[in-house]
Design a protein around this ligand. Sequence first.
Ligand code: HEM
Ligand code: FES
Length: 356
Amino acid sequence: MSAGFRAIQWNRHKQVYDLLLVVGILLYLTGFSLLAPRLMPSDHPVTPEILRTRAFGSCGLTMLTLILAIGPLARLDRRFLPLLYNRRHFGVATCLVGLVHAWSAIDWYHGAGRLSALVSVLWSNGNYGSLVGFPFEALGLAALAILVVMAVTSHDFWLAFLTPPVWKAIHMAVYAAFGLLILHVALGVMQSERSPVIPVLLGAAVAVLGALHAVAGRRERMRDERPAGADAVGWLRVGMIDDLLANLPDGRARIVVPPDGERIAVFRNGATLSAIVNVCAHQNGPLGEGRIIDGCVTCPWHGFQFRPEDGCAPAPFTDKIATYRLKRDGETVLVDPRPLPPGTRVEPLALGALHG
Ligand code: HEM
Ligand code: FES
């Protein structure tokens, strides 16, 4: 159901998801506190405060790694899609865990001095020109600032206020936060502790995330590389009618990639075709990976719905997305890559009649 730009509804699935999230965090913190002293023996005394700082820090980075893995995993295997539904709660929880870690570190390492905590974090080590001695805490602070901005703007109010493209651009900074945290650990605790566990885990996180993104991106490009090509007036080829009838299941979409602009999702609705933009008005979800339910294209991420023929959400909701014109040239279906204003009705192209 489309809900306009209102808060995601609280339901039983989300309550279970959040409960599992809290249980997972508690299990991680307990497991880390018990196992880390054995798996990563330290040359220095590790006080309970340091252990607490490390437990929350590593928990936050693990959570961030999982968040970044959910997107490509859901693209590669639809069974991971349920994890996407509540990714925002996961993100806010990551930010809270990061805040506890930062408080714990500042309290232990910067709490006793006369400088304010912020000045102390930024200037107690002024080696900004050095690589290995770089003030790694400043990197953690920068990452935390990004996580806080993302958590604060995660509500749908900000999505509507900032507009989806700006909101998405802000939230892509999560990759910068991840990079900053990898450096935070590589230049911080990895220099002071000689345990091989830290570089191995850090390298594994980067390698697994990189591989997942590369494979999911490659899969998407391969799927997008449908018979392309344009006619004399720039309309793009969707496919041959026989091919569409045989290989495009009812209620599903074929994606067309214009040379510039957003991808186009051409949906088969029974014996007709309709084209809409592939980007959901809610949080830019890939509409073309959804399907038609009750006559509406249903976004695979959070279930917002849009009618394929006019891109409008069903009443009482008011969201709209762009539509595109379709036409037939002999046995070929073509789409005009110039988007029509959101909510513009386009007569669906009758596949059956064309074929007859
Ligand atoms: C103001 C912001 C931050 C400060 C001042 C800070 C400070 C520190 C300090 C002092 C350590 C070394 C702890 C020790 O070994 O004694 C550390 C380690 C670490 N921090 Fe941060 N940090 C900040 C933000 C973050 C954030 C936001 C995350 C992740 C969400 C994070 C993740 C980590 C990780 C993974 C470690 C290594 C833990 C381990 O040894 O297993 N830090 N941080
Ligand atoms: S419903 Fe949330 S992105 Fe589409």
